[in-house]
Ligand binder design. Sequence first.
Ligand SMILES: Cc1cc2nc3c(=O)[nH]c(=O)nc-3n(C[C@H](O)[C@H](O)[C@H](O)COP(=O)(O)OP(=O)(O)OC[C@H]3O[C@@H](n4cnc5c(N)ncnc54)[C@H](O)[C@@H]3O)c2cc1C
Length: 445
Amino acid sequence: MPDVIVIGAGFSGLEAARRLAGDHEVVVLEARERAGGRTLTHSFANGDETDLGGQWVGPGQDRLYALIAAMGFGTYPLWDDGDHLVQAGGLKRYRGTIPNLSIPVLLDLNRALSRFEAMARQLDPAAPWTHPKAQEWDRMTVADFLKRHAFTARAREMFTIGIGAVFCAEPHELSLLHALFYARSGRSLDALLSVTGGAQQDRVHGGMGALAGAVAASLGDRVRYGEPVQEIGWDPTGVTVTTRRQSWRAKRVILAIPPSRALGINFDPALPSRRDALWRRMPAGACIKCVAQYDRPFWREAGLSGQAVGGKLAVRVTFDNTEQGKAAGQLLGFIEGEEARRWSEVPADTRRDAVLDAFAGFFGEEARTPIDYADKDWTSDPWTRGCYASVLGTGVWTALGQDLRKPLGPIHVAGTETAIHGFGYIEGALEAGARAADEVRAALA
Ligand SMILES: Cc1cc2nc3c(=O)[nH]c(=O)nc-3n(C[C@H](O)[C@H](O)[C@H](O)COP(=O)(O)OP(=O)(O)OC[C@H]3O[C@@H](n4cnc5c(N)ncnc54)[C@H](O)[C@@H]3O)c2cc1C
């Protein structure tokens, strides 16, 4: 009987297993036939790679940089030279994080952003519900905040696109307290939106999904694929984990899967009502990640960075995702929030055309003729069902947040959604995996 069963071979489960494997018998049960969860490296026909899931690492994400180095991978900066584009009543060029808008709009946007950042800085990311105004902020949505603190339609539109890019959700879906916590957990909203100096700064040579694959490979046959867990039963003598294929016994379990997926498992004894209520109120955001590959990064010839924002088409945020050292260029676009749910229902070819339409709207007609194309609809993936992470609506943090990391008997919970720092990010997945491993080590000592 293994000491520990880890459920889920995403970065969080792998980190927990890696930390325990030296001195405990560990088995990792993974539903898919691959490791990496919300990270996925795709190979184009010409052999170039792209990440269709999580890909970036930036300052402050020290655990992830350390893992990259420990596994012998390297990083390179995302292309960040040239002018960015904003579609705001016509296409305009700008530099930096804030688009080139009229002075009144800029002042309005800056004021709203500064206000948001100042509120976020006041929170304790380990216990956001303890802030004196937690109840008030948790009753408001980000849309309510915008009504109060942004007065021009354009500033609200830009803030909304920024929220979409960070949360894959609409302002009215998000508790203000959750949005403030998330920004605090990831350093600041500005850091989460920025390239150089921010969360989009660096990419991993070979791909982030490939890094997860390498971590899983280092664990050898401890990782079992095609083992979707259906039931977890526990009593004073240990835990029984039942997958589609077989039952396993262990002393402890680490559950490292998204909350919405945990609800698909039958628990015996039944989950406490608060935990059930919490997980039910932690649905994921919605995102389709789209990458077009071109014979060269042609937009650079026009002095453009490949970063564009705004407009009314399917894709409202783009990046130059070209692999360092490769001739072919890559444009990356995100379809987010309500748009993602809409485009998830549309045939793949129609969606591809819509994405290329949006790219052409920013970068010209050449964008309509890529040499290859790939996208990944995370909302329809049965083992993820949305991304980048859970989106908490009003009232959840203050009513139920205290239960987020509490073990359920011998079952410990990990996953990026239980992180204090880097909630929603790979960094948070690693922190949570390490914390759950510490809990198990202490319990088994
Ligand atoms: C499109 C996209 C872009 C992103 N961009 C970034 C980025 O640039 N930088 C960044 O840091 N983060 C990014 N993220 C978020 C990041 O990928 C996640 O926060 C992180 O990978 C989550 O890791 P995890 O281990 O907590 O969960 P997951 O990766 O979801 O791992 C959970 C694992 O559990 C498995 N599983 C689920 N149910 C069961 C079951 N019943 N039985 C067994 N196994 C099960 C799943 O198959 C999965 O492998 C992005 C995510 C997406 C989707």
